[in-house]
Design a protein around this ligand. Structure first.
Ligand code: IMP
Ligand code: MG
Length: 178
C-alpha cells in the first residue's frame, strides 16, 4: 500500500494539530449550545472521530451517506444520499462534517437536504478543500487545510475503497490510476 504513495501532503502530526485547533474553535463558537454533527460517510470517519474528541460540548453524532464517485477519481455529478434513521435536526445547531470539498456538487446536495429539515443553524466543516476544482459556489465555514489540485487518499479518503486507513493524507503515483 505504501509503495503506491507519491507524496505525503499532510502528516499525521500536522492533521492532529490542526484538528485540535478546529475542535477548540468549534467549542468556542458554539459555547452553551448543543451541537449536532452530521458526518458524511464514509470519508469523514477518521476526521470526525478526532474532531469530535476535541469538541468540549454536548454533541449528537449522526451520519449521512453520499456517493457520486464509485470506483473512479472523477465525480459522476449525481449524488445519492442515504441517512441514518430518526433523522431529526429541526431547531438544532448543525454542522456537516466532510472529508474534502472538491467540485462542491456533493456538499451542495447535502446542504439542501439538511436545510429541508429546518435546523436553526447550519454550517459546513471540511478537513480538506480544493477550491480550484469548484463547479458550484459553495464554501466551508471551517476548513482544516487547503489541498493542492491532486487526487489524495488516506485519513478516511479512498481510491476504489482503498487507502482509507493511512494515518496521513497523500497523493498517489500516477501508475496507480492506470
Ligand atoms: P465533490 O462533490 O466533487 O465536491 O466531491 C466530494 C466527495 O468526493 C468527497 O466527499 C470525497 O468523498 C470525494 N473526493 C473528492 N476529491 C477526492 C480526493 O482527492 N480523494 C478522495 N476522494 C475525493
Ligand atoms: Mg468518497
Amino acid at each position: 500500500m505504501k509503495d503506491d504513495i507519491k507524496e505525503i501532503l499532510f502528516s499525521e502530526k500536522k492533521l492532529k494539530r490542526r484538528i485540535a485547533e478546529l475542535g477548540a474553535e468549534l467549542t468556542k463558537d458554539y459555547a452553551g449550545k448543543k451541537l449536532v454533527l452530521i458526518g458524511v460517510l464514509k470519508g469523514c470517519f477518521m476526521f470526525l472521530a478526532d474532531l469530535s474528541r476535541n469538541i468540549d460540548l454536548e454533541c449528537e453524532i449522526r451520519f449521512l451517506t453520499a456517493s457520486s464517485y464509485g470506483f473512479s477519481s472523477v465525480t459522476s455529478g449525481r449524488v445519492n444520499i442515504d441517512r441514518d434513521i430518526d433523522f431529526d435536526v429541526e431547531g438544532r445547531d448543525v454542522i456537516i462534517i466532510e472529508d474534502i470539498l472538491d467540485s462542491g456538487i456533493t456538499m451542495t446536495a447535502l446542504r439542501a437536504f439538511v436545510a429541508k429539515h429546518k435546523p436553526s443553524s447550519l454550517k459546513i466543516c471540511t478537513m480538506l478543500d480544493k477550491p480550484d476544482r469548484r463547479q458550484l459556489p459553495i464554501t466551508a465555514d471551517y476548513t482544516g487545510f487547503i489541498c493542492p489540485n491532486e487526487f489524495v487518499v488516506g485519513f478516511g479518503l479512498d481510491y476504489g475503497e482503498r487507502y482509507r486507513n493511512l494515518p496521513y493524507v497523500a497523493s498517489l503515483k500516477p501508475e496507480v490510476y492506470s
